[in-house]
Design a protein around this ligand. Sequence first.
Ligand SMILES: Cc1cc2nc3c(=O)[nH]c(=O)nc-3n(C[C@H](O)[C@H](O)[C@H](O)COP(=O)(O)OP(=O)(O)OC[C@H]3O[C@@H](n4cnc5c(N)ncnc54)[C@H](O)[C@@H]3O)c2cc1C
Length: 507
Amino acid sequence: MKPADIVIIGSGIACTSTLIEVFSRLIEKPADHKISITIIEKNHEFWLGIPYGSRSSVNALTITSIYDFFTDELERNYFLDWFTQNQIELLGWYQQNGGATAKQWMQRNAEAIKTGDWKNVYLPRYICGKYQRQKFETALRIVEEKGLVELTLINAEVIDIKPENNSYVVNYELPDKTYFSLSAAKVVIATGSAPVRNIDLPRDNDAITVINDLYEPGAEENIQKLTDALSETKNQTDRNVLVIGSNASSIEFLYLLAGQPQVIRLINKLVVISKSGLLPYHIINDPLSEHLTNNLDQLKIQGNYTVEALVDAAKKDISIAVKDGVIVSYIDKIIGFTFELLQPLDENAKKAFIGIYGMQLSNLFRRSGADYKTGSGLLNELGKLVLLKGSFDKIDGSGELHYTATDSDQKLIYPARFKMVVNCTGSDDLSRSPSKLIYNLVHNGIAEVNLSGKGLLVNKCFEAAPNLYVIGPLLGGNKNERIHFWHLENASRIMYLAPYLAECLVP
Ligand SMILES: Cc1cc2nc3c(=O)[nH]c(=O)nc-3n(C[C@H](O)[C@H](O)[C@H](O)COP(=O)(O)OP(=O)(O)OC[C@H]3O[C@@H](n4cnc5c(N)ncnc54)[C@H](O)[C@@H]3O)c2cc1C
């Protein structure tokens, strides 16, 4: 059989943004044949990915305000026009389906939406997904009507890709566990963030119930699983929940729980264990405060610095800046200044900055909007939230937590047992990834992990190997003439890169 022209693995926003751009190029300059494109998606739902579809809750919000979700002004205006035209229907549906969380969200945000104060509105994410899918489907209709593209969809998990005779053999596993393969001239890996790391967790048993991935099979199903496990636990004092990690999914989990008073009532204590013992900071709107950067100023005056000294100074300034919460413009100033001071350094220093140090800086100002803060705020007010500063070692089958205290390095056992444990640790180094595809790519020497450990090394044409392309979070940590982000868990950056990838796919 003739190889497909293009196979895309994963059908989230990285895939749809790329296809929209590919279609637009084909409309402008049709190819000499109908381009065959196959999309292989492991979930039954296409075009929405994890954040914007049914694996997330309808109540899950954008991580940034909607203003920053669409950083491109033209795209933002398209979105806002679409949203305004469909607002009554969209928000009506949301109020009907989002329960108490939606009602509270509407109360908090009604005024900002009315006045168009988009800098402070964190929209339910599924609305962004709906917009993107409509945009994609419109573009698809046009290329199909013009006979420019033939699209094939396969619901399967790709487990391996191998080069063969100037093309690639893509091996995939169907939901019924049967295996097939197809051949493709070009393959795009658009599989989103690498899956959560495998940690030492027991299997579900009578004593403990485990959620290894909040979005698998879906957040709502997992909250139901938690409710069932706690309801079946007789003593209120035994109904303890352990959340491992304090990243974005952890704060989202607390927010979703807080909207369900019947679940909150069941919980005795909810313990979040993380090295920092902190949840993301809240965002402060304080445009008037003085944005001092004493450590970076000092470094500039002194001159002749290394990238390590630069990072050290930036870290010091950030830790002062986030003392009372995150002022976005203040952080932007520090990062902007750090970049300015990076410019005179050599290429290796720049690569190390993007590959290693940038992420370390970002971890110092993890932030979340006011809506999400209400979740941890409520649990805190009720005396149910415990932030434990330490690293998780293991939890045994009886629910006993073993951990290492961050400050003392002491090995400790938590004084209460847990009925429920939720893994919110984020992804592992790609060489240890539980994704069969990523593991095989790396261990079969087809793709190389970049300096960050979290991304695949690519050239300026997004290629990890000839005609094997990457788009989305797995690009994080690359530094070349085109791609230079330390993290790409960010829809707006993915949309920004999509036209460039399209240019490489259909020159
Ligand atoms: C829960 C969550 C919330 C987020 N919220 C925001 C936000 O508010 N704003 C923001 O800018 N960014 C957010 N992000 C960051 C996110 O990475 C990007 O916004 C964007 O969704 C990434 O798109 P993607 O298509 O690369 O990944 P995804 O949307 O994750 O899509 C990847 C798809 O690939 C499929 N897949 C994976 N492996 C395989 C395989 N081997 N075979 C076949 N299919 C496979 C998956 O099932 C999935 O559908 C969030 C991320 C997550 C996980």
